[in-house]
Design a protein around this ligand. Structure first.
Ligand code: SPV
Ligand code: MG
Length: 293
């Protein structure tokens, strides 16, 4: 089936819209499908989510090809675009080019690289996060865009505020990343209030759209971000955390109760599992193809 619009283009359109849109974090094709079914216009393939659901730490323990394999399963399953968390791009400009080509081939939508050094660690762990030289990181951005053009939407993520650097350094870095060709900027913050983000927006010249990840400042009403001019916000790890809580609850109860008598109503029907993997399509296909007269 030919798609009418590339996923990169639908992601670009989403970022250009004047309203605030949300991407839902996914750690596998199943969570991506649930997010799509619930109306999210796109998903964030979370590095933390992929790692944790593989029993690994968010420190580049999962290899970049493993990230690509899981990403391709997501892109095959859902029709909405995915923005893939590519961490640092797994090395220098040359590693970034390889990753971009693979995202382009699978028509995933977009990728996000952050201005840190391989191997990175999660922004909410530890104190001293080592930032990349902004010019070297600019080279990674330019290499990415020169390799795939508009066929992969590229988000450049700035970790300056997370690393405790000044607002001036953050805006300077982001300006340079936009100059190098980034299609959007992700400004990350680990504050529990939105103040840092709002003040970044006040000094941002708006040359490319801005995306945020309100993990630590998650209780802020959406219109605060909308008024500040944010284009997209990412719920990076909420599906993962919801799944953990709900599996733990079930495990505790079932170990205790030794029967599903009072628990069946608490979990998804088996039919929902078959729906999520579109078994109905296979039944139709069997009628068409299982035997040709
Ligand atoms: C991720 O989902 O892996 C992210 C977002 O990078 S966060 O963990 O909130 O930094
Ligand atoms: Mg990440």
């Amino acid at each position: 089936v030919r798609r009418t619009m590339s996923k990169a283009k639908s992601l670009a359109d989403l970022f250009q819209r004047p309203s605030l849109d949300f991407l839902m974090g996914a750690h596998d094709a199943l969570s991506a499908q649930i997010a799509q079914d619930c109306g999210f216009p796109g998903v964030w393939v979370s590095g933390l989510g992929l790692s944790a659901s593989s029993g690994l730490r968010d420190s580049n323990e999962l290899s970049w090809t493993q990230v690509m394999e899981r990403t391709e399963l997501v892109a095959d399953r859902v029709s909405v675009p995915a923005l893939v968390d590519l961490d640092t791009g797994y090395g220098d400009f040359n590693n970034v080019r390889l990753v971009m080509r693979r995202l382009q081939r699978a028509d995933v939508g977009g990728g996000c690289i952050e201005d840190k050094l391989f191997p990175k660690t999660n922004s909410f762990i530890g104190a001293g996060q080592q930032l990349a030289d902004p010019h070297e990181f600019g080279g990674r951005i330019k290499a990415a865009k020169d390799t795939v053009g508009d066929e992969v939407f590229l988000v450049a993520r700035c970790e300056a505020l997370v690393a405790g650097r000044s607002m001036t350094e953050a805006t300077d870095r982001c300006g340079g990343y936009a100059e190098a060709g980034a299609d959007a900027i992700l400004i990350h913050s680990k504050m529990t209030s939105p103040d840092e983000i709002v003040s970044f927006m006040a000094s941002w010249d708006g040359r490319v759209p801005v995306v945020i990840v309100p993990t630590k400042y998650s209780k802020v009403p959406a219109d605060v971000f909308e008024r500040a001019g944010i284009s997209v916000a990412i719920w990076a790890n909420q599906t993962l955390r919801a799944a953990i809580r709900s599996m733990e609850k079930l495990c505790v109860a079932l170990r205790e109760q030794r029967t599903m008598l009072h628990l069946e109503g608490e979990i998804a029907d088996l039919s929902r599992v078959f729906d999520l993997t579109n078994n109905a399509e296979l039944e139709l296909a069997k009628e068409l193809y299982a035997s040709h007269p």
